[in-house]
Design a protein around this ligand. Structure first.
Ligand code: IFM
Length: 455
């Protein structure tokens, strides 16, 4: 990791009006899995599958945010956040995914939005952060085109209730990760291991994004709509620079970065022939008119960044994928997850997006960035991580990328999917036995950083 000054007053100033935020997601923090009429989501189902989640952890209680909303908003107020990114649980609002609305579910988000506004914090809801209603999964989930239309219905219902107070909306969180982990490899809910047969999930999520964008704009005339994509700069190892390695890197970049950015920003899918897809209609999945819906102009692109990816040519091309993921040769610090800490990768990513999409790139928002560390309240490594990455954002801005905000992942330690409670990303430590919250060193640092960035 490059050494960057961690004194908050020494960090470069981001432009006036830059939005400082923190992110969470419903299943990861709310708990109350069966309360107030909430229907089951695919995660409620998946966590019961033996071996699916480390130590059999579940999100049944999680941070109990559903009952501690006021305490959590008070923490955010203490941080001086401009904005809070949370997700709305689809099965809390529409228990069967469609049809009957559960007003108590909407009431919860209504209270959250009011509490945030009282605290001077802009609510920034994400509509889909992976907790699909189980009833829709029973009909095929995102493999079923109908799910895209149900998602627009959910967007309309939610916007109808919150749209008088919420301007900035995010449709999907990391559709790549949901497709890859949930439907291709089966390590996340819904636990389908379809490999390349998972590709229709990409298109149906993007169609859902486009339809939901239209629904949000119909319900909220001044809605600002974003999509949050997980992006990674793709790198070659110094010892792996053959044509085959370069082709593998291009193929991985296509799958991870371009598949979910190109259609939205340019109205066309990238060349997927490396994945055996040569038909532009994907065998009937991509229908006439879909790409116009998908590419409705965005108000902002959300970028979730954690680390670069290193790629080589596949050792066994017959194994199915045109790349192998590799370890870097360089020595980097690692997070508790083992992810390399590479702040300058964020500058590379942002300037790369600008180079690739030019004027088609809308303003960018860093919608997630953070690190998991061992439990404990002193976390200088997190301070170092945040300082490095925020400096990297400032470097990208200095190179002409229009970045409007930064949301750290995460406000609280929370349920880290297949890792259960073993990976801690919070500015606030959570004792999962008692629910007790204890702000870490990084909390005070982020608070001071936000204060020192204000005019
Ligand atoms: O916790 C996740 C989040 O839900 C999506 N982006 C990555 C985070 C850390 O793994």
């Amino acid at each position: 990791m490059t050494s960057s000054p961690t004194d908050p007053t020494r960090l470069p100033l981001l432009p006036p009006g830059f939005v400082w935020g923190a992110s969470t997601a419903a299943y990861q923090i709310e708990g109350a899995a069966e309360e107030d009429g909430k229907g089951p989501s695919i995660w409620d189902t998946f966590v019961r599958r033996p071996g699916a989640v480390r130590d059999g952890h579940t999100g049944e209680v999680a941070c109990d945010h559903y009952h501690r909303l006021d305490e959590d908003v008070a923490l955010m107020r203490g941080l001086g956040l401009d904005a809070y990114r949370f997700s709305v649980s689809w099965p809390r609002v529409l228990p069967a995914g469609t049809g009957k609305v559960e007003p108590r579910g909407l009431d919860f988000y209504d209270r959250l939005v009011d509490a945030l506004l009282d605290a001077g914090i802009q609510p920034t809801p994400t509509l889909f952060h992976w907790d699909l209603p189980q009833a829709l999964e029973d009909e095929g989930g995102w493999l079923n085109r109908e799910t895209a239309y149900r998602f627009a219905e959910f967007a309309a219902v939610t916007a109808d209730r919150l749209g008088d107070r919420v301007e900035r909306w995010i449709t999907l969180n990391e559709p790549f990760v949901h497709m890859a982990f949930g439907y291709a490899f089966g390590v996340h809910a819904p636990g389908r291991a379809l490999m390349l047969d998972a590709l229709p999930v990409a298109h149906h999520q993007l169609l859902g994004h486009g339809l939901a964008t239209a629904a949000l704009r119909a319900a909220v005339p001044d809605a600002r709509v974003l999509l949050a994509n997980n992006c990674t700069p793709v790198r070659l190892r110094p010892d792996a620079r053959s044509d085959g390695d370069a082709a593998a890197a291009a193929a991985y970049d296509t799958l991870h970065n371009r598949l979910f950015n190109d259609p939205v920003l340019t109205g066309a899918y990238p060349d997927l022939s490396a994945y055996g897809m040569t038909d532009p209609g994907w065998g009937g999945v991509v229908r006439d008119g879909d790409l116009e819906i998908v590419s409705a102009p965005l108000d902002g692109l959300g970028v979730n960044y954690y680390n670069p990816s290193w790629v080589t040519a596949p050792a066994d091309p017959a194994a199915g994928l045109p790349f192998d993921l590799a370890e870097p040769q360089e020595t980097y610090r690692r997070t508790a997850f083992g992810w390399p800490v590479v702040p300058e990768g964020l500058t590379e990513l942002l300037t790369g997006l600008k180079d690739r999409y030019g004027d088609a790139l809308p303003p960018v928002w860093i919608t997630e960035n953070g690190c998991s560390l061992p439990a404990g309240q002193r976390d200088p490594e997190r301070v170092d991580y945040l300082a490095g990455h925020i400096t990297a954002v400032a470097d990208a801005v200095a190179r002409g990328v229009d970045v409007r905000g930064y949301f750290t992942w995460s406000l609280l330690d929370n349920f880290e999917w297949a890792e259960g409670y073993h990976q801690r990303f919070g500015l606030v430590e959570v004792d999962f036995a008692t629910g007790r919250r204890t702000p870490r060193t990084s909390f005070a640092w982020y608070r001071d950083l936000i204060a020192s960035q204000r005019p």
